[in-house]
Design a protein around this ligand. Structure first.
Ligand SMILES: [Zn+2]
Ligand SMILES: [Zn+2]
Length: 193
């Protein structure tokens, strides 16, 4: 029997490719050593849209995620293809609840290059994977990290996202493994299925 999913990936809104969702789920599964499952897509809730800014409020999306039914101990990453903001910033690639269940990432800006053209598909997939792993790591109580070459560096723009390899520094990796083992002892133990 397979262990039940502990990470859920939820496509929210329109125009989200199945391929990128599967890549995100696979990368979460590998980087957190937890089973990941893809949920049925849902529309982006109207109340998360800000007409004045013509963007979606990442904090409202996190609030919406909290109201969803998955098991309380599970993690949930919403994926949207809309531009996100939080009140103090013009835009964000994603947002997460530190040490709680939910995170959200946006494909809107990472599907483009700096001059506004379409990003090559492999680059887009790589960015989506990095962003998803970065944001979900916050839900395991990891804050931003100052070590060079750690995916938990603050990644405010496409250049910093592209320059960062998909890897945690050894401190973050250790913290993460301890946290996961504590949260999900049965999954991370070596018991036979
Ligand atoms: Zn972050
Ligand atoms: Zn680190």
């Amino acid at each position: 029997m397979h262990p039940r999913p502990r990470i859920y990936v939820l496509p929210l809104g329109e125009e989200i490719g199945k391929d990128v969702i599967e890549i995100i789920a696979a990368n979460l599964q590998v980087n957190f050593s937890l089973p990941a499952a893809i949920m049925a897509p849902q529309p982006l809730p109207d109340e998360t849209y800000n007409a004045h800014r013509d963007q979606y409020n990442a904090l409202s999306i996190l609030k919406f995620i909290q109201s969803l039914p998955p098991p309380p101990e599970a993690k949930l990453l919403a994926v949207v293809n809309a531009d996100l903001f939080i009140p103090i910033l013009t835009h964000v690639f994603g947002e997460a609840q530190l040490d709680q269940a939910g995170a959200v990432v946006s494909l809107w800006r990472i599907s483009r290059v700096n001059d506004g053209g379409a990003a090559p598909l492999p680059l887009f997939y790589e960015r989506a994977a990095k962003l998803a792993v970065h944001e979900l790591a916050h839900t395991f109580n990891l804050s931003h990290c100052l070590e060079p070459n750690c995916l938990l560096n603050y990644l405010p723009d496409l250049d910093s996202l592209d320059a960062q390899p998909l890897i945690f520094c050894r401190y973050c990796q250790m913290f993460l493994e301890e946290k996961i083992a504590k949260l999900f002892p049965r999954i991370t133990s070596t018991e036979t299925p």
